[in-house]
Design a protein around this ligand. Structure first.
Ligand code: PEP
Length: 245
């Protein structure tokens, strides 16, 4: 099971102290099989890397530029730069970036660049409320994965995060049945159309310690991408604990 903390544009040097609890938690033997991945803002990647050294916690970034190495792109960070600073993962296609104009083509380039660099990709997909109301969810998901993965052969480093846009940061989560159907649709498409052998599909959208048990019966989920609640270590640890107990 993956538990990915997306800190978004939050956190400063002081927030690193909150990691102590998670480091302690991650050292328990029984937690060895859990993948805990932190995606702090760029400004904290280096400090995070030092702090989690020799622990089970892994490091990810929240985005990258579509160019692999370097270039005249003011304000951007390449996948290679991320790799060099110790990141193993990168989130690509987050709806908050799609909302400000990131296209499927750009996402495709970012995924290609990150694969070439050797990063693992957390590829976010999901429908908006309007698309859901128009019953376009499956069509949208298929479009996002087809365009995002176009021309990519080595897909075993891509992890999928199904994040309905209407659920992110709203406190609203999908009904178990709908979620099951959408995850099953995604898995089926990835197996059959894209020939992935064992796709990892996570859920993201308003997951917190109070509602995480609602997802328990959906045993086809391989983990969670957690935004708001991941900034509080206690809540993040509780999400992990309640997933298993
Ligand atoms: C996210 O940003 O990917 C996310 C799932 O956010 P939240 O948990 O706050 O809804």
């Amino acid at each position: 099971m993956y538990f990915i903390a997306n800190w978004k544009m939050f956190g400063d040097i002081k927030s690193l102290n909150s990691l102590n609890k998670v480091l302690k938690f991650s050292r328990h033997k029984k937690n060895n099989k859990i993948r805990l991945i932190y995606c702090p803002p760029y400004t904290l990647l280096n400090l995070f890397h030092k702090k989690i050294k020799n622990s089970n916690i892994e490091l990810g970034a929240q985005n990258c530029h579509e160019e692999e190495v370097s270039g005249p792109f003011t304000g951007s960070i390449s996948s290679k730069m991320l790799k060099k600073i110790g990141a193993k993962y990168v989130i690509v296609g987050h709806s908050e970036n799609r909302a400000i104009g990131e296209s499927n083509l750009t996402i495709n380039k970012k995924i290609k660049s990150s694969i070439n660099t050797g990063l693992k990709i957390i590829f976010c997909i999901g429908e908006t409320l309007q698309q859901r109301k128009k019953k376009q969810t499956h069509k949208v998901l298929l479009d996002q994965i087809s365009k995002g993965l176009k021309g990519i052969k080595k897909m075993n480093n891509v992890i999928f995060a199904y994040e309905p846009v209407w659920s992110i940061g709203t406190g609203i989560t999908p009904k178990a049945n709908d979620l099951k159907k959408n995850i099953a649709f995604l898995r089926n498409s990835l197996l059959k159309k894209f020939r992935l052998k064992n796709p990892k599909i996570l859920y993201g959208g308003s997951v917190n310690p109070k509602n995480v048990r609602n997802f328990k019966e959906i045993n086809i989920i391989d983990g969670f991408l957690v935004g708001g609640a991941s900034q509080d270590s206690k809540k993040f640890i509780d999400i992990v604990k309640k997933t298993f107990n």
